[in-house]
Ligand binder design. Structure first.
Ligand SMILES: NC(=O)c1ccc[n+]([C@@H]2O[C@H](COP(=O)([O-])OP(=O)(O)OC[C@H]3O[C@@H](n4cnc5c(N)ncnc54)[C@H](O)[C@@H]3O)[C@@H](O)[C@H]2O)c1
Ligand SMILES: [Zn+2]
Length: 365
């Protein structure tokens, strides 16, 4: 088992990573929480069906009496109304300030259950047990929680650090291939941002091989977690440093939003966004052609991505309304080398346009 420390201004905790960890979660939790507490597992039906029993059994052996609370599955239910129902259910089950909320599921469950823990009776303890690639190497680390409004994604939320993040890569075995691959683009992202070895290993492998190789998968998850942990440790609340994590996300969000979050999985949009970032970097002379091609090839190598139809005009309007845009200035995170990115303000429209033209062409090739 690997332990990665996360140290922010508000809290200090660990991400534990290991195959079979779910079956040992009871003892691990008892130690980390300093004893047994009333425990409420927030999850969704597909995850509960596959992994609920293993978690319940391990908790019970260690003396916990977990209650499972289900929310409806999917991004559509990442809403305040869900949070309210979950809180009512906790009240009904008698949860008081000593309660622990365990988030068992993907990023949606993690974000909702995290926010629930942060506001339920003004805050109860939280444990993250992420079960998607996206959540294991990204969403469960760093303490951002939130729900969507009709007006946009993640517009309401809190910063709330868990007591522990428990990552069992074995739980990924039941994840659909498309979800698995989409999440792994975030590992590729971590490589480009700050870990050349991770990038090199990932660019050499196929997604199929990666799925089968437990040891390599665990290493790739751990390296990605380590990078995110380092960044959020240095910058809990999204100053400049934390912004580097948005590589590929500026255009990625525009792609997602233009298609009402139905056409791309998040990681797939980020994959296109990383290719676009490489192209923009090339266009403005920040990197050489070799680097651009390397990133583009790495993104393309894992297979075709959903088609891009977004035109420049629409993209520019969407970028302007992005909540990360400040005073009309769109910030792009752009690669300089593998393992080194920079935040660039005032990227010329022509560069964005060239990148989008390339995405539209590549996606139809
Ligand atoms: N808080 C953060 O810092 C942060 C960072 C990145 C993303 N996010 C959020 O994460 C969310 C996306 O997370 P996601 O991609 O995990 O989506 P998700 O939570 O919707 O999970 C994807 C699908 O996989 C299913 N699933 C989960 N685990 C499974 C398993 N082990 N086996 C089989 N099926 C399983 C889910 O039920 C769901 O249908 C978005 O809402 C995004 O805003 C948050
Ligand atoms: Zn992301």
């Amino acid at each position: 088992m690997l332990r990665i420390p996360i140290k922010t201004e508000s809290a200090e905790y660990e991400a534990m990573i290991g195959g079979g960890l779910l079956a040992r979660s009871g003892e691990v939790l008892r130690e980390s929480l300093g004893g047994v507490r009333p425990t409420f597992v927030v999850t969704v039906a597909p995850v509960r069906k596959r992994w609920g029993k293993a978690l319940a059994k391990s908790l019970q052996i260690s003396g916990f009496a977990p209650e499972f609370i289900e929310m409806r599955n999917g991004e559509r239910f990442k809403r305040l109304s869900t949070l309210e129902s979950l809180a009512e259910e906790m009240i009904r089950l008698g949860a008081d300030r000593k309660a622990v909320v365990i988030a068992l599921g993907g990023g949606v469950v993690g974000d909702v259950a995290g926010m629930l823990a942060s506001v339920y009776m003004r805050g109860v303890k939280l444990v993250q047990i992420p079960t998607t690639v996206q959540a294991q190497l990204d969403a469960a680390i760093g303490g951002k929680t939130g729900v969507n409004l009709k007006s946009g994604k993640n517009l309401i939320g809190t910063f709330y650090q868990p007591e522990l993040v428990l990552i069992d890569p074995d739980t990924l075995a039941t994840l659909p291939d498309r979800e698995f691959r989409a999440g792994m683009y975030e590992a590729l992202k971590a490589g480009i941002i700050g870990n050349a070895t991770l990038f090199e290993q990932l660019e050499k492998t196929t997604i199929k091989a990666l799925r089968k190789d437990c040891e390599f998968l665990m290493w790739a998850i751990a390296e990605s977690v380590r990078l995110k942990a380092e960044v959020v440790s240095a910058d809990e609340k999204e100053g400049d440093l934390r912004r580097v994590l948005n590589l590929g996300h500026t255009l990625g969000h525009a792609l997602e939003s233009a298609t009402a979050y139905k056409h791309f999985l998040h990681g797939e949009a980020v994959a296109w966004g990383m290719q676009a970032a490489a192209r923009i970097s090339l266009e403005i002379g920040m990197c050489d052609r070799a680097l651009y091609e390397r990133i583009r090839n790495a993104v393309r190598a894992w297979g075709n991505l959903p088609v891009v139809t977004l035109q420049t005009g629409r993209a520019l309007r969407l970028l302007q309304s992005d909540k990360k845009t400040e005073a009309g200035m769109v910030n792009f995170v752009l690669p300089r080398e593998i393992g080194k990115v920079e935040i660039v303000k005032n990227v010329p429209e022509a560069a964005i346009s060239a990148a989008l033209t390339e995405l539209r062409q590549d996606s139809r090739a």
